[in-house]
Design a binder for this molecule. Structure first.
Ligand SMILES: [Zn+2]
Length: 223
């Protein structure tokens, strides 16, 4: 995919995030890997719902600007840390969706083993310790979770999701927010009851099969 197509994809995902109310003003940032040495990321101070062609920066893995006239997103260190840690990850999505972010501000995290599709397709969603946005503390706060997770609550801040492409990273953001909303309602309806452990293990196995690219009948039945 050419650089211009990647910019168009990030712009389209930015519009979806804005329309869904997952970002306000200049919140949030998006990135994708162009190749092993180039990361395309939204520029600092840009509104994700209204990205223009010049609102992007190309960085090398050291964080140096290769192309672009603006500064990269203030969270570029978090994005670069993800790409360093996970060679399978091709895109990162960071936003502040209200239900999931509210959960992160309450320091509660999201429970495991409640909804089958979250167990299989997103996995456990850890709550990273608070780190001031835009600092080196942000990548440090998620470092311990990166190897085994696809979505992260950032305490008192927002949500980070990652994926094999921008669409997958975005879909995980939408899934996390929808899940946080369901948990909020369940908390006011007597509380969500976890699935049986055996079923959780079966769903995790489906998730692992999907990761290795083997679609099973189970997945198709569950989707
Ligand atoms: Zn943020």
């Amino acid at each position: 995919m050419s650089d211009i197509l990647h910019r168009q994809t990030l712009s389209a995902i930015g519009r979806r995030l804005y329309r869904k109310g997952f970002v306000a003003g200049t919140d949030g940032n998006l990135s994708c890997r162009l190749d092993s040495d180039k990361i395309l990321i939204t520029a600092s101070g840009t509104a994700l719902g209204f990205l223009a062609e010049g609102d992007f920066v190309v960085l090398n893995p050291a964080g140096e600007i290769l192309t672009g006239r603006k500064a990269p997103s203030s969270e570029y260190l978090m994005h670069l840390a993800v790409y360093r840690a996970r060679h399978d990850v091709m895109a990162c999505c960071h936003a502040h969706p209200p239900f999931a972010t509210a959960r992160a501000t309450a320091g509660k995290g999201l429970p495991s083993g409640i909804l089958p599709e979250i167990v299989a397709f997103v996995g456990d969603i850890p709550l990273a310790d608070y780190a001031p946005p835009g600092t080196e503390a942000v990548p440090k706060s998620v470092a311990g979770y990166l190897a085994d997770h696809q979505a992260f609550l950032l305490r008192s801040h927002g949500v980070l999701t990652i994926g094999r492409n921008m669409e997958e990273a975005y879909n995980r953001m939408e899934a996390v927010e929808h899940y946080a909303k369901i948990i909020y309602i369940a908390d006011h309806s007597g509380g969500a009851i976890p699935l049986e452990e055996e079923e959780i293990q079966r769903l995790r196995e489906i998730g692992r099969s999907l990761k290795s690219g083997q679609l099973t009948d189970d997945k198709e039945n569950n989707s």
